[in-house]
Design a protein around this ligand. Structure first.
Ligand SMILES: *Cc1c(COP(=O)(O)O)cnc(C)c1O
Length: 374
């Protein structure tokens, strides 16, 4: 089976992890700050806080944003549930704003329509790896005093109008799950230029305690204080060693992803049944996933046929507001975000990852063209 996404691990990654396992540090050690600095250098963000998952990153960002019971946060439905769940973790209420029909990115005009007196923040997701329209979103947020949080779990290495992902919002959340661009097994990070947010998130990942073990040891003190209700969202030193090693290869991997996407694009150029998700000329797309709309065929049928042919296609995503939990607890239903709901019925994600071979790509293209015919 050719999967839709797959990690690349080589001997240098393995060596980096083994070396750290032989060091004195298993959990919080020097590799964490080293990884944070490497991601800052790569993205141009000032501060980075590494945590145990992308979901923990989103939770930390929404906590730092001060989201609490009664607050509304506007979010796209075309995402993994975690983008919205993190709002619920803080006691906030997710308010879904529909997406643009061509790119499936959150529609700034829809965001503007959903703002109320209770709105505190916007969570924008760089769906598939393409940055959202951050100029429009920032203008709306600035005008209404809202924080802009970027869920960039798909888009590390991407850019908007020449500005890199990590610098486009008040806080930017990354995931290092194995299907994402670089992996630490499980892991995540928040990037920000705001030192106060960074400090709050650092405390939040360690139970809301102000100083960590090593800082205390330096002070020669047993003293610590828990000042916020934090969590254990720590990432380990050996995971960060893996992340540092992976990050070195990211530029090559993004080039390969973009090359694969360009081959898909040209293969589907004059195809009446397969329409790739649109890319704006303003963005550099990092291509976490490659999504097409099937215009003339039953998506579920094509999905089954592709899987039977050994091609691990997927569907990204079931709109979040249609999940049973959301219907039951937030009273959401069909009709709230019609563009996302319509797109959901037609979309399919085709394999894209650095290790995908040209021959495999050709057979994916041949199969999807065969099955997608009207
Ligand atoms: C993967 C992902 C997450 C969650 O990341 P984890 O590391 O799996 O917790 C959140 N949002 C989006 C858009 C994602 O793709």
């Amino acid at each position: 089976m050719i999967p839709y996404g797959k990690q690349s691990i080589d001997q240098s990654d393995i060596d980096a992890v083994v070396e750290t396992l032989k060091s004195d540090f298993i959990t919080t050690g020097p590799k964490i700050a080293e990884f944070e600095k490497a991601v800052c250098d790569f993205t141009g963000a000032k501060f980075a806080v590494a945590v145990s998952s992308g979901t923990a990153a989103l939770h930390s960002a929404l906590f730092a944003a001060g989201i609490k019971t009664g607050d509304e946060v506007i979010v796209t439905p075309m995402t993994f549930a975690a983008s919205s769940n993190a709002i619920l973790y803080c006691g906030g209420t997710p308010v879904f704003a529909d997406v643009l029909p061509d790119s499936l990115l959150i529609d700034p005009a829809e965001v503007a329509k959903k703002i109320t007196k209770k709105t505190k923040a916007v969570v924008a997701v760089d769906y598939a790896g393409q940055p959202c329209d951050y100029d429009k979103l920032s203008n709306i947020c600035n005008e209404h005093g809202l924080l802009l949080i970027s869920d960039a779990c798909h888009s590390i290495g991407g850019a908007y109008k020449g500005r890199k992902v990590g610098t486009l919002a008040n806080m930017t959340c990354l995931s290092f799950h194995p299907v994402k661009h670089i992996t630490t097994g499980e892991g995540g990070m928040i990037l920000t230029d705001n030192e106060e947010f960074a400090n709050r998130m650092r405390a939040f990942r360690g139970h809301g305690i102000t100083t960590d073990y090593h800082q205390r040891e330096k002070k020669g003190s047993w003293f610590y204080e828990m000042v916020e209700l934090g969590y254990n969202y720590r990432i380990t030193d050996f995971q960060c060693a893996l992340g540092i090693s992976q990050l070195k290869k990211l530029p090559d991997w993004i080039r390969r992803r973009q090359e694969i996407a360009a081959m898909y694009d040209s293969a589907f150029k004059n195809n009446q049944s397969i329409l790739p998700i649109a890319q704006s000329p303003n963005t550099s797309h990092a291509y976490h996933i490659y999504v097409v709309k099937l215009l003339n065929s039953e998506r579920n049928k094509v999905f089954t046929e592709m899987r039977a042919a050994g091609i691990g296609v997927n569907v990204h995503y079931i709109p979040v507001h249609l999940h049973p939990y959301y219907r039951k607890n937030l009273g959401t239903s069909e009709g709230i975000c019609p563009t996302a709901e319509e797109a959901f019925k037609k979309i399919i994600s085709l394999p894209i990852f650095p290790g995908l071979k040209d021959g495999e790509l050709k057979s994916v293209i041949a199969k999807v063209k065969e099955f997608a015919k009207a």
